[in-house]
Write a protein that binds this ligand. Sequence first.
Ligand SMILES: [Zn+2]
Length: 303
Amino acid sequence: MVDLVQTVEWEGKQTRLVKLGGLPQRGAGYTRLKNRRIEHVVVHQSDGPFTAGVRAPLGIARFHTGTPIYKTDAGGQVIYVNGKPKWIGGGRGWPGAGYQFCVSAAPEVQDGKFVVYRMHDDDVWSWHTGKHHNRRGVGVVVAGMYASRHAPGNDDARMTPDPGAVTALEELVLTYLLPRYQLDATDLLGHFDAGKAACPGDFLEQWVRHVRGEAFPDPREKLVIGAPGGAGDKRPLKTARQRQQALADLGYSLGPAGVDGAWGLDSKGALLAFQADHALVVDGLWGPRTEAAVRAALAETAE
Ligand SMILES: [Zn+2]
């Protein structure tokens, strides 16, 4: 089980900021800058499997500090592309987790408040964007809220943001971070401002721009970013999360865990019930006939 020291740093109306002690570090290059002046809050999204509660910051810290694996040639020499070793897996090899703050896409609730996490003290140099932003900014990641037109092949591109995560992010940024660093809304950035077009994804990009006062509507007015299986969407529902979301949208119960990306007995039960209701072979397998029936049912509910 996860064993991290958790200290409450701040509490808002609906959100609690918890400082995590004991996240993985690599040591070398882990730098503290006395009286670091913070000029920006930069919002990111992390497209990993860790989206729930404290597993999100822990999973991100493990990935960022893990040992990278690089592509090698037949002689065992690392292959470089554009001056950089070609990364093919493992971790990132960074001194610490890339971000100062983490909002889990499926936040845990303590004492009636959504929990968000501090991963580093303010004086820690971080690794989330380019040099300037790392030196003079703090990074806030939303773990697993990837909804982006820039990633058409991304399985999570149609994910519906969790309203709890959006609430927590909004409260953390607007009522804690910006006032804490004496910044105004125009000091809020997305990674897209530093050239990473796909980060933090459509929903959060729109939210950042809306907060800055640009001519973008509040994306919270339509929290659903393209429900899976909408008209004209021919991509198969491939991931457990997409399939769970589709069954949930159709009114089938997924048990207490809800849409969590882990296909367990409750998910299978929901699928069996759907198959029984739609005169399909009740085998709990997601084949082409089941896929087509789910799609048809979603199209019907969308009308
Ligand atoms: Zn980013």
